[in-house]
Design a protein around this ligand. Structure first.
Ligand SMILES: [Fe+2]
Length: 278
């Protein structure tokens, strides 16, 4: 599988920054992400740790409820052989977990994390259309129920004003010019939520208002940023939604995935990240 990144104007979404997956075991999470080439961010303290992948991050909240994405996360790396060698070298550290890996199509490596999330490690190719888009998290793929991908595409078009590409039983949602969300219909789909991902939008106020008007704001979460009004959202420079539904039948929720939606005023916007291997 190979998803071709977008290179044209993609509208309101600027870029996807991080995916947060809870992990029960801080040490195991650190070993895993460092094994696949990410760098433990030196500036983050507390119970959420960050792992840098180019200009993006995997966030890990160290709490009881370990989370899994049943789709996959694509990460473009500068040296895929180096990652493969690291996997060979460190595999014993992950005994008695779900960890596994294999070399797959297009010289990618499929790595299953200790907690069963699939990461696809993708070689950077200077001759491809990816080259100008750099390294790091390339896409996040979520499985969704059969017959729902067109409605999901309409949701992102309407509320986030971003470019979508509807294919047979899947849709690609542009996260800026170089990243994608992919929703792939799957007969085996089962709900696996709890995690969240974060992205930046150009028109924060209008995006917030579209979501607020249609009752999409998500406030029942564990974080501080609970915003009911655009003025409150501007304090945090972010807001959250969780329900994804076809705008034609908004009351019928298709899938629940927490979105952390940020403005360019957020202090983390386009910050420089420490990377050992990217
Ligand atoms: Fe987050």
């Amino acid at each position: 599988m190979q998803y071709v990144r977008k290179t044209s104007n993609t509208g309101n979404v600027h870029h996807l920054e991080h995916v947060n997956l809870n992990f029960q075991n801080r040490e195991l999470a650190t070993k895993f992400y460092e094994c696949i080439g990410l760098t433990l961010d030196p500036y983050q303290k507390g119970n959420t740790i960050w792992f840098n992948a180019g200009n993006q991050q995997m966030h890990v909240s160290v709490v009881e409820d370990t989370q899994t994405i049943s789709g996959e996360i694509g990460i473009v790396v500068p040296d895929v052989e180096k990652v493969l060698n690291s996997l060979h070298k460190h595999k014993e550290q992950f005994e008695n977990t779900m960890f596994n890996y294999k070399v797959s199509e297009n010289n990618t490596i499929e790595v299953t994390s200790p907690t069963n999330t699939l990461f696809r490690i993708i070689p950077y190719n200077v001759d491809s259309s990816d080259a100008k888009n750099g390294l790091g998290i390339s896409y996040v793929l979520f499985k969704c129920p059969i017959g729902t991908s067109k409605g999901i595409a309409r949701f992102y078009e309407k509320y986030f004003d971003t470019k979508v590409d509807v294919k047979d039983q899947e849709c690609l949602i542009a996260m800026g010019e170089s990243q994608l969300l992919v929703f792939k219909e799957d007969e085996q789909y089962t709900f696996d939520g709890g995690y969240h991902f974060c992205f930046y939008v150009r028109d924060f106020d209008q995006t917030f208002e579209r979501c607020r008007k249609d009752g999409l704001l998500y406030l029942e979460h564990r974080f501080q940023d609970k915003a009911n009004t655009v003025q409150e959202a501007r304090i945090y420079n972010q807001f959250r939604i969780i329900n994804i539904a076809d705008p034609k039948s908004l009351e019928k929720v298709i899938i629940k995935i927490e979105h952390e939606v940020r403005s360019f005023e957020h202090p983390s916007f386009n910050k420089t990240l420490v990377n050992k291997h990217f």
